[in-house]
Design a protein around this ligand. Structure first.
Ligand code: GLU
Length: 448
């Protein structure tokens, strides 16, 4: 049977007709480059470049990715149909080292979003001071209804479509929203099969058994907790007994919750796609995690009240951690926020309009921006890449100590920029990233 032959054969399960409208809907989803997220991110980079006097030739180069690939991913589903998904890999800048960034599976993924996220990766690695560039990939697909076999076929075909762009010295993918260590294992296996030998360092965030690093799964959430603690110390208060609300209870949210509650904080609210739960006396995070392990979502958790998204974000808490989708905090929500620290676990959780409000409220709300707060993931990815290239692996203690030191140093550098330029934290952090990347570009010069 050919890949596109949908005629039912005897002894084979009936195959449903492919729906033209269904396929076209996936293309109609967005006007690619005309994404608000991309335009807003590029505008922020542009104004920040102007404030620190970046050479205009360098600035213009930073506003678009170096390379972007759009691919079709035909996949045979378990029912025999062939679905065609759209995937992307965008490489924004590699002046400081090989391109680096996650791969996202989500039904809203589009070229503009992936490009904005790739741009943020460039400055995230630069702020962390690690020798890597910025990239991002994604497939416009909802991974939740897929079977394990379907997910594996999607991943393998996508890997082959972007094969020439990636490699340990070229571009190193990692997990992001909707993907995990298993996804990276399939990607690494496909790449290795195509090359004829094992290439573990083509991805990070792999299972430890096949060359992953200790501490990588926890790294992003723990990093959010470390920068939250650094912010509290900067503001002169102790996190012990203070309250935190977390939007999103995936990889980032759960590990941030664990770390912050182990630091003595009261996690009063968490949420996921099913809704939110709230207990003003504090949630027992281990108990919530046990509940989620069997019930998948936090919905109907017995030892708390339900809470909606807006109410969770605007709770009167010491720390608020958006760790879900981007664009959650618009101007309206930003005006209503009551937290003292906003630590951004998600990428791009605040809209451009929300950011303007937060800038005006910077004395009340201290922002730890995404490219600083959630950099823990890519920092331990860097450790994984280094360990893989040397085939020599570090202990969990070494990893967490090095992660902590890098995040603390990055936080301090951002505060220096904030003081020097008398500006808000997001601008200061981006200034640091842009400064490092633009200096590297000037030093390397323009080819040819
Ligand atoms: N996807 C994560 C991020 O947005 C991790 C990227 C990586 O480890 O390369 O930072």
């Amino acid at each position: 049977m050919s890949d596109h032959d949908n005629t039912p054969k005897s002894n084979e399960p009936p195959v449903s007709e492919p729906s033209i409208t269904e396929s076209l809907d996936r293309y109609r989803h967005s006007l690619e480059w005309e994404s608000k997220f991309y335009m807003d991110t590029a505008a922020l980079v542009e104004t920040t470049c102007d404030r620190i006097g970046v050479d205009p030739n360098i600035k213009n180069r930073l506003l678009t990715p170096q390379r972007a690939l759009i691919v079709s991913i035909p996949v045979r589903m378990d029912d025999g149909r062939v679905n065609n998904y759209i995937g992307y890999r965008v490489q924004h800048n590699n002046s400081l080292g090989p391109f680096k960034g996650g791969i996202r599976y989500h039904e809203e993924v589009n070229l503009g979003e992936v490009s904005a996220l790739a741009m943020l990766m460039t400055f995230k690695t630069a702020v962390a001071g690690i020798p890597l560039g910025g990239a991002k990939g994604g497939i416009r697909i909802d991974p939740r209804p897929l079977s394990r076999a379907e997910k594996q076929r999607v991943t393998r075909r996508y890997t082959v479509e972007i094969l020439n762009m990636i490699g340990p010295e070229q571009d190193i993918p990692a997990p992001d929203m909707g993907t995990d260590a298993q996804t990276m294992a399939w990607l690494m296996d496909t790449f290795s099969e195509m090359k004829g030998h094992a290439v573990p360092s083509v991805v990070t965030g792999k299972p430890i058994l096949i060359g992953g690093s200790k501490g990588r799964t926890e790294a992003t959430g723990y990093g959010v907790a470390y920068t939250t603690a650094a912010a509290a110390e900067h503001l002169g208060f102790d996190l012990q007994g203070k309250t935190v609300a977390i939007q999103g209870f995936g990889n980032v949210g759960t590990y941030a919750a664990r770390k912050l509650s182990s630091m003595g904080m009261k996690v009063v609210a968490v949420s996921d796609v099913s809704g939110g739960i709230y207990n003003p006396d504090g949630l027992d995070i281990n108990h919530v995690l046990k509940y989620v392990a069997t019930r998948t979502y936090v919905k109907d958790y017995p030892r708390a009240e339900p809470i909606n998204n807006t109410d969770l974000l605007t709770l009167d808490v010491d720390v608020l951690i958006p760790a879900a989708l981007g664009g959650q905090i618009d101007a309206d929500i930003a005006r209503k926020l009551k937290c003292r620290i906003l630590a951004e676990g998600a990428n791009g959780p605040v809209t451009a309009e929300g950011n303007e409000v937060l800038k005006a409220r910077q004395e009340e709300i201290f922002v730890v921006p995404d490219i600083l707060a959630n950099a823990g993931g890519v920092i331990v990815s860097y450790f994984e890449w280094v360990q893989g290239l040397q085939s020599f692996f570090w202990s969990a203690e070494e990893i967490s100590e090095r992660l902590f030191n890098i995040m603390e140093a990055a936080f301090r550098e951002c505060i220096n920029f904030k003081n020097k330029f008398q500006t808000d934290m997001r601008t200061a952090t981006l200034m640091l990233g842009i400064h490092r990347v633009s200096e590297a570009m000037l030093t390397r010069g323009l080819f040819p």
